[in-house]
Design a protein around this ligand. Sequence first.
Ligand code: ATP
Ligand code: MG
Length: 180
Amino acid sequence: MYLKSLVLKGFKSFADRSVLGFEPGIAAVVGPNGSGKSNISDAVLWVLGERNAKNLRGQAMEDVIFAGSSARKPVGVAEVELVLDNSDGTLPVEFNDVSIMRRMYRSGESEYLINGTIARRMDVLDILHDSGLGTGTHSIIAQGHLAEILQSKPEDRRALIEEAAGVLKHKQRKAKSQRK
Ligand code: ATP
Ligand code: MG
């Protein structure tokens, strides 16, 4: 599985529809300070279901919607679509290309679509559950977070290693089934 493309429209500094294409392997995004590099990783987090505005470097969730610039008026809706190449069958769905889209209006209303069909946030999380990708995993390491990991308590560091090794999800499932 790999990230194939990311489409942003009205998301943070991306007022116009912007399409970013990726190839398998390593991709690097370069650009001057303030040009929107981190907004791209924010978009990935957000489309995958992030609910905490602070993790998106904002005060409120509305801050993800393009707020206007000297040249442009603000917009009313933010949209991000992420397409994953699933031809190796990592994700438990039949599609070779899995498209996850999130849209949010200024009213705070958010909607998700999976391959064009309205879905719940839960459905997005379910699809990603065993993939190691998603909010709350370490698939995205924010600036400054690396130092936090290095300075963390041994228990916390152990949880990180367990997540990377794929052990954590079994522990979480076990705990969940014991609660029922
Ligand atoms: P650095 O190299 O300093 O890390 P960067 O390329 O990562 O920079 P970002 O943090 O992605 O830059 O982008 C910051 C820019 O995005 C700022 O100019 C900020 O005004 C703009 N921005 C963030 N949120 C919005 C929004 N809701 N509407 C319009 N512009 C926004
Ligand atoms: Mg940055």
